[in-house]
Design a binder for this molecule. Sequence first.
Ligand code: AMP
Ligand code: ZN
Length: 113
Amino acid sequence: MSDCIFCKIIAGEIPSDKIYEDDMTVAFRDLHPQAPVHFLVVPKKHIECAADITAENSAEVARCFEVIAKLAEQEKLQGGFRVINNCGENAGQTVPHIHFHVLAGEVMGEKII
Ligand code: AMP
Ligand code: ZN
């Protein structure tokens, strides 16, 4: 997707604070962190949101969660972390390329769930 900001990060066309990359995924620190540790795990394949996950592309999503587990160790998140995905307008999704927020480094406050 030529106008997708995360596709541009994946292609190296715009800079990011990348902490991990493999053949299917990238992870980089969020530009506007909402917790002491806040990074995004993103499949390289342009899937718009969680509503678009299918049997054909679910391996990309599964890989994101393998990477989250790996990065939890790398980033020393033994105290725990929260994973958030926003899908669509009502959820406040601002970048239409599926991504998983990983938040950590403090006791999470008021719970949404
Ligand atoms: P969402 O609202 O769930 O779509 O989350 C999009 C996230 O992407 C927000 O937390 C933004 O701060 C973050 N973001 C947007 N542009 C960039 C960028 N160029 N580098 C890193 N994070 C970004
Ligand atoms: Zn994209």
